[in-house]
Design a protein around this ligand. Sequence first.
Ligand code: NAD
Length: 335
Amino acid sequence: MRILVTGAAGFIGFHLARRLLERGDEVVGIDGFTPYYDPALKEARQKILARNSGYSAQRLLLEDFGALQRAYGNGFDVVYHFAAQAGVRYSLEAPRAYIDANLIGTYNLLELLRQNPPRHALIASTSSVYGANPRVPFFETDRADHPLSLYAATKKATEEMAHSYSHLFQIPVTMLRFFTVYGPWGRPDMALFKFVAALFADQPIDLYNYGNMRRDFTFVDDLIEAVLRLSSVVPPMPADQPRSLPDDSLSPQAAFRVVNIGAGKPTELEDFVAAIETAVGRKARRNFMPMQQGDVPVTFANTDLLFRLTGYRPATAVRDGVPAFVAWYREYFGL
Ligand SMILES: NC(=O)c1ccc[n+]([C@@H]2O[C@H](COP(=O)([O-])OP(=O)(O)OC[C@H]3O[C@@H](n4cnc5c(N)ncnc54)[C@H](O)[C@@H]3O)[C@@H](O)[C@H]2O)c1
């Protein structure tokens, strides 16, 4: 199959592209190598992908419609749109980056999907769209219209723009709501990377909301397995949909569905830190800090829909996933 992955030099896009290449697909990877975090890490990921002759890289920003159009050509069998300006905290510092990448960039891609629709487009969203909903776990059918950060707002807008294009131009779309993804080649702005870096540098770690946080940590290999399985579950067009859809997020007006991908089991921050201490072999010094603006105290995915559609649920425990990250970190930094 001919596949497009946007954000292919990013953490999750890289893992996905690597798996697709391993199974013999032809992959075009688009990435703008934005400076949000050290682009050297993106270059290193890209170098691995480029070893496979089935890979071709397109270095461009999604906002550049002309360049994107040339890269998109006559289209693809499947499109994975994972490029985005991610991160809750940075959206307070650099809001425009979210408007440019997530709104303008997504709009440009949707225009190309409209001209040459793929069989299925799978687009990254986030658990952040649930905001601080008090009812956990989060179901795809819950209201998700009280975003607490501009990041969450642009991701919710991504979902809604994609829904309108799906409806108007018969493009099958699955929105993937990812829950705190971690693992080898992970993002330097996320807690696991920051904590491990601090431990190796003998620096204290910052625990927000005085450590009173729970996150549904999802191991990256599990997430990719779920994404690949969902790729062959194309949402049906309205005319082909069953009459009753209990607990399905399928839109009655479009071939469009939203699916949570999470572990379905939140971990206390303190237990996460303990797993890191064990894997690194050092004790952390803890800085207890107030809650950060835009952040939420808990994320918790209901994964029944994912399981019904794919027969699969992420299962890697933090005590197994964290050492895999630490082993990669040691190797990457030669520690
Ligand atoms: N990692 C997580 O825990 C998590 C959780 C929820 C949602 N997500 C979403 O999953 C997707 C992938 O996230 P990730 O963790 O791999 O992040 P990442 O930052 O590692 O990857 C995103 C990639 O997109 C590229 N990019 C950003 N803006 C671009 C633009 N305007 N044009 C072209 N390329 C651009 C970046 O250079 C980067 O390589 C994102 O859409 C993110 O919002 C991630």
